[in-house]
Structures are given as structure tokens and as C-alpha cells.
Ligand binder design. Structure first.
Ligand code: PLP
Length: 472
């Protein structure tokens, strides 16, 4: 059982630049991964059999560690170049109908669709619940006797939503459950045995770089998923075996070609670090970091899409369409690395995300809030055209305090006080135009009247879309 010092040791190993909040996209390599990789590369450079064998043994070590962290037998694990490779093995061998979320990362549904088209033995049924957040009910609604499997991400890459794995397991009966674990493995504490196929990669949350994929195939999965993509590393016999040999027992059958020992050594190094601490305290700390991000978003009134009670490290912000570009610009200006996709901004925090990064995030959110038009109120009849006699009221939020007036250190990461609504000023101007298009010029005038404060506003004559969000 890990104690708090173990978590601290792990936290200390995060040596990324402050402001890095993009772990869901790429996890900068940990020091132990970098060291192991260099040392093993040196060994492979000597040409000595002992060194080559030593590095070759990393594959078995990595498999053992994956099995340990998933709490399943070692023969159920096979290394893969990527998550998608594992999914392809699963989908190409599957028959019947597989239920997949329409808005999940493409790896799940594309693998299923390719397999369906190539073999003609699989049908793909997409579900598209509200906001793309998969619920157990949405899955149950899609079930019928044709459904042989359900495939989905444990943590959704876009919304950050964490599905209820035990509930889904129970709801789907003995159908296969295929899980894309890349946004969850190592940072979510769940009973993985509920899933028959689990596939992931270490280049995000494990900090082990690309090529560090793995897959679990349970006995039920192996019974029902033919190893149609099995290659030379999944076959019985050796290079001298003639004809078409059968496949290896266990998950090893689902392998195309021998894995990269340097990738295995990176994966093993990363998993050792996680195993030293235990997943439960890491998962708790990651959730806590994500909640700090949500807290900052709430403070600056940026809507959060990620479910508050079901998430891991991803927090997706959904600013109003008019504010999105200003927020993205503020994040960039403050040195905060996130993924901006259309109108949404994905912030992903890891256990080692420190107060310095949250400070920068808070500054950026405060900055963007200070540039927000909080209300543009056209006087007169709701929905009516602006006429010369009408008044436009624009509330302009005050700018945040200058950096030198901010409290030092953590105090600023905690509720930052800049750009608070009580500092709002209100500028009232006459709306001169007969033509509604001139309202934009009126906004500019209001900005001038507001004593050089900056407003980024879009006046859109069209009817508001769903909650002011822009779909893409
Ligand atoms: C949910 C999900 N699945 C799969 C992938 C792709 O993983 P890989 O490159 O290991 O196939 C990503 C990458 O962002 C992802 O977010």
C-alpha cells in the first residue's frame, strides 16, 4: 500500500514546463523512461548477446506489469504498437453486431467499420447520446439479440466523461466489452476485469512515448474473437515452420510482428513508477487536479462540459462562441498548453500538475474574462430591429490587476481576484443606427467610452444556436 510519500516521489518526477495541461494529447516522457531508454539503447549498441537479451526481456517485464495493474493473468496481455492496433485485432476477429459511440475517438468506430467492410461478418451500430456522453441507458437502448459486443472508451477524449464500467458490464450480460483505455489506464482506479478486451498506449498518461501499446484479451474474448490479423509473432512454431502454422495460445495470438524492445523498456519503466505508488492514490490525485481546473473555470464563469462526478484528468471547457477565441488566445499568451477544438477547449491535468500550472491557467481565464462582453442588451421589443431611438447597454468587465500586484505563489492559484464581476462598469450609449449592422460600430464606441477597456464581441443577427455554442 502506497503512502503519501510515494505519490510525492511521483509528483517530483514531473519536470515539464509549467502550464503544460495537455496530457490527454501527449505525455512528455518521464525521467525514468528517458533514462531507461538511453541505457537500453546503449546496450543494443554493443552487439553483445547478453545486452541484446537483457533488452529483449523488457517485453516480458512490460507484459507482467500491465497484467499486474489490470489484475489479470499475464497470458492475457500482448504488447501492441498502439491502441488502434489492439482494436483492429479485436474488430477484425469479431462477428455479429458491435455497438459503438458515434462521437468517440475514431479508433473504435473506424476499426469496427473497416472490419465490417472487409469481412462482411460484423455490423456496426452507432449510438449518439446527448453531447456524446455515453450512458449505460444509451447502451441498453441499443441492445438486441444481434449485439455481440459493445466497444467504447473508458474516458472520452473529447468530453472527459468516464463511463460506468461495472454498470455497463452488468447491463450487457455476457456480450463482449471492448474498452479503449488510452485516456484512463494508470490514472483511473477501476476493476478492469469487467472488460474482455482492453487496449491502450503509454504516450499520454503513462509518459512512455509512442509505440508503448498493449492489449488484454480475456478467455471469453479469445473464444469469440478470431485472431485473423495474427502474424509471425502470433504463430506457433518458428521461422523454419512450413505451411500456415496455427496461432499461439493466449493473447499472444493477437500480434502481427515482434514488438520493439526499446518501446517495451519505456513502457516497463513507466509502469514500475506507477506500480510503486499504486493506481488508487494516483487516480485520486488526478481527479483532484481536474477539480481544481473546474473550480477555476467556475470562478471565471466558463461552462464545463465534463461531468462533475464522472471524470479523470480531462476537463473540457465550452465557452460561449463569442468568447472562445479570446480564451484560446489568453491561454496561449499565458503559456498554457491545451487542446482547442472548435468551440471547446480541453484542459488535461496529471498528478504532477502543480500550483504553477494552475496559476497560469487562472491568469489566462481571468484575462479572457476581463475581455468578455457580459451582456449586450438591446432595448426595445425583444427580438425587434434596432432603431435610432433605442439604447444598447454594454457591460464591460474591468481588467485584472497588474501582475506585480498579485499575491505570490499558491495564493494566486487559489481564487484569483482579478477580473471580478463586482468591478464591472456599465457604459450606456445611444444606438444611432437605423440599420442593425451599425450596432457593431456602436459596440466599438462603447469600448472607447469604457476608458480603453477591451471588449471582444460578436454581434450576430442570426437566432441564437443551442445555448450559444458553435457546433463543428
Ligand atoms: C480515445 C483514444 N483512442 C485512441 C487514440 C489513438 O491511440 P493510438 O495512437 O495508440 O492508436 C487516441 C488518441 O488521442 C484517443 O484519444
Amino acid at each position: 500500500m502506497a503512502d503519501v510519500n510515494d505519490v510525492d516521489t511521483l509528483i517530483d518526477s514531473f519536470d515539464v514546463e509549467p502550464g503544460y495541461l495537455d496530457w490527454a494529447r501527449f505525455g512528455p516522457l518521464s525521467p525514468s523512461v528517458r533514462a531507461e531508454m538511453s541505457a537500453d539503447a546503449e546496450l543494443l549498441g554493443t552487439g553483445r548477446r547478453a545486452g541484446i537479451d537483457l533488452v529483449g526481456a523488457r517485453a516480458a517485464e512490460a507484459r507482467t506489469l500491465v497484467a499486474k495493474l489490470l489484475d489479470v493473468p499475464g497470458d492475457e496481455i500482448v504488447l501492441q504498437p498502439s491502441t488502434t492496433h489492439g482494436l483492429l485485432h479485436a474488430m477484425f476477429g469479431l462477428e455479429g453486431t458491435v455497438v459503438v459511440p458515434a462521437q468517440d475517438f475514431p479508433a473504435v468506430r473506424l476499426s469496427a467499420a473497416r472490419a465490417a467492410a472487409a469481412r462482411g461478418l460484423l455490423a456496426v451500430r452507432e449510438i449518439d447520446p446527448p453531447e456524446g456522453i455515453v450512458t449505460t441507458d444509451a447502451i441498453v437502448d441499443a441492445l438486441d439479440d444481434d449485439v455481440t459486443a459493445v466497444a467504447l472508451s473508458l474516458v472520452d477524449y473529447r468530453t472527459g466523461a468516464l463511463v460506468d464500467l461495472p454498470a455497463i458490464r452488468e447491463a450487457i450480460g455476457d456480450r463482449l466489452l471492448i474498452v479503449d483505455a488510452i485516456q484512463a489506464f494508470g490514472v483511473v482506479d477501476v476493476d478492469w476485469r469487467a472488460a474482455d478486451v482492453i487496449t491502450g498506449n503509454g504516450y499520454k498518461w503513462l509518459r512512455s512515448g509512442r509505440g508503448t501499446g498493449f492489449a488484454r484479451f480475456s478467455p471469453a474474448a479469445r473464444d469469440r474473437i478470431e485472431a485473423v490479423l495474427s502474424g509471425i509473432s502470433g504463430m506457433l512454431g518458428d521461422a523454419g515452420t512450413l505451411g500456415v502454422p496455427g496461432v499461439l495460445p493466449g493473447a499472444a495470438a493477437y500480434s502481427v510482428a515482434p514488438s520493439d524492445p526499446l518501446a517495451a523498456s519505456r513502457l516497463a519503466a513507466a509502469l514500475r513508477d506507477i506500480d510503486d505508488v499504486g493506481v488508487a492514490p494516483i487516480a485520486a490525485a488526478v481527479r483532484a487536479r481536474a477539480q481544481e481546473v473546474m473550480h477555476l473555470a467556475d470562478r471565471y464563469e466558463v461552462p464545463v462540459m465534463t461531468p462533475r462526478e464522472a471524470h479523470a484528468g480531462i476537463v473540457t471547457l465550452l465557452p460561449a462562441a463569442a468568447d472562445a477565441s479570446a480564451l484560446a488566445a489568453a491561454l496561449a499568451n499565458h503559456g498554457v498548453t491545451v487542446t482547442a477544438r472548435g468551440a471547446s477547449i480541453r484542459v488535461s491535468a496529471h498528478v504532477g500538475t502543480g500550483a504553477d500550472s494552475l496559476l497560469l491557467l487562472g491568469d489566462a481565464l481571468a484575462d479572457a474574462a476581463s475581455r468578455r462582453v457580459s451582456a449586450v442588451d438591446f432595448g426595445g421589443d425583444p427580438g425587434g430591429e434596432i432603431s435610432a431611438a433605442e439604447i444598447i447597454t454594454i457591460e464591460v468587465i474591468d481588467v485584472p490587476p497588474a501582475p506585480e500586484t498579485r499575491p505570490e505563489g499558491d495564493a494566486w492559484a487559489e481564487p484569483a481576484t482579478g477580473a471580478v464581476p463586482e468591478a464591472e462598469i456599465e457604459a450606456e450609449i445611444e444606438a444611432v443606427p437605423d440599420d442593425a449592422l451599425d450596432a457593431e460600430a456602436a459596440v466599438d464606441d462603447a469600448v472607447d467610452a469604457a476608458d480603453d477597456e477591451i471588449v471582444i464581441a460578436t454581434i450576430d443577427d442570426a437566432a441564437p444556436d443551442n445555448d450559444g455554442r458553435t457546433e463543428n
